[in-house]
Structures are given as structure tokens and as C-alpha cells.
Design a protein around this ligand. Structure first.
Ligand SMILES: CC(C)(COP(=O)(O)OP(=O)(O)OC[C@H]1O[C@@H](n2cnc3c(N)ncnc32)[C@H](O)[C@@H]1OP(=O)(O)O)[C@@H](O)C(=O)NCCC(=O)NCCS
Length: 151
């Protein structure tokens, strides 16, 4: 199985909205949906040999007020059940990481049950300000720092 990652097109939104999480993706901004219009990078992973789409992600740029640096929010990441645990999420996340090397990426509303998976995908855990060690609800953030900051 080959994995090719490309930008999402308007024709992909119906397929993207057919997911196990109940997320809706639209072309233009719409209440209760994420849209291609607000995306920084919306990406599709497909198998070019089979012509089949396998997964997608949606990210947006959050600008901070007062000259503070903003960050990239990775909001939704979905792989179709039949293609899971075959490196599709990794291909999508790697492509996003490569596209925004100079910006912080924060995983939004991340699934605490998949704590170890996010590490495998290259994120680091930043504990909340008053977090006690061993707090299994993980109130902090899952982050990919700007590449310059870690080199
Ligand atoms: C979470 C999700 C995106 C992972 O996609 P995937 O394509 O299966 O992930 P990958 O195959 O790239 O896996 C990356 C690594 O995590 C591991 N992994 C993936 N899913 C895992 C799981 N459910 N349990 C344990 N390990 C898992 C893989 O084995 C792999 O490990 P490796 O580096 O040792 O090889 C997918 O399960 C999904 O779409 N889930 C439903 C939506 C969801 O929960 N999205 C995240 C919302 S915050």
C-alpha cells in the first residue's frame, strides 16, 4: 500500500464528513462544521494505486493578540477504520509538520486514551500549570514545538 498526501479539494468534503467521529467538513464556513475556507492545511491521504482515500486532517492558524506568536491548531485527524495502524496518520502528521516547521502545532481536543499514540506521532506533552504528576486526565497540551526551538 502506498500513501500519498495531497491538499483536500471541495470535492473531498462529502467523503471527509463520512467519518466515525461525527465531524462535518464543508467548503465554506458553516455553524457546527470545520471548513476548507478556514483551513491552513486540510490534507488527504490516499493510495494512488487503488485510487482510494484513506484519511484526512484539518488544521488552522490561530493568531494571538498583541503581537504574541500564534499557533497551528490540529483539530481533526481521521483514518478510515479499514486503513488504521498502517501509517496513514503518520503520513498526514509528518506532512503537516514539514509544512509548518517554524510554528508551534497544538493538538486540539485530543483523545486522552491515545496518549501514547501522540508521542509516536511526534508530539510532546506540556503539562498544565498546576498539574500534579500522575494525573491521568492529562489536562495539559499535546504540542509539536517549532523545529528551531528543539534543534
Ligand atoms: C487515531 C488515528 C488517527 C490513528 O490513525 P492510524 O493511521 O491508525 O495511525 P498510524 O498507523 O499512523 O499509527 C502511528 C503509531 O501509533 C500506533 N497506533 C495507532 N493507533 C493506535 C491505537 N488505537 N492503539 C495503540 N497504538 C496505536 C501505531 O501502531 C503506530 O505505532 P508505531 O509508530 O510503533 O508503528 C485513528 O485511529 C483514527 O482515525 N481514530 C478515530 C478518530 C480519532 O480518534 N482521531 C483523533 C482525535 S483527537
Amino acid at each position: 500500500m502506498r500513501i500519498k498526501v495531497r491538499d483536500a479539494h471541495p470535492a473531498d468534503t462529502e467523503w471527509m464528513s463520512n467519518n466515525t467521529e461525527g465531524w462535518t467538513v464543508t467548503v465554506e464556513n458553516q455553524e457546527g462544521a470545520t471548513s476548507l475556507a478556514e483551513a491552513l492545511h486540510a490534507l488527504i491521504a490516499e493510495d494512488p494505486d487503488q485510487g482510494v482515500r484513506m484519511g484526512w486532517l484539518h488544521s488552522s492558524l490561530l493568531r494571538a493578540a498583541g503581537g504574541e506568536p500564534g499557533y497551528v491548531r490540529l483539530y481533526e485527524l481521521h483514518v478510515s477504520p479499514e486503513f488504521r495502524q498502517r501509517g496513514v496518520a503518520r503520513a498526514l502528521v509528518d506532512e503537516l509538520f514539514a509544512r509548518v516547521p517554524d510554528q508551534e502545532i497544538i493538538l486540539s481536543a485530543w483523545d486522552r486514551d491515545l496518549y501514547g499514540v501522540w508521542f509516536k506521532l511526534g508530539f510532546s506533552y506540556v503539562p498544565g500549570p498546576d498539574e500534579m504528576s500522575g494525573d491521568r486526565s492529562y489536562p495539559g497540551d499535546m504540542v509539536r514545538p517549532p523545529v528551531e526551538a528543539v534543534s
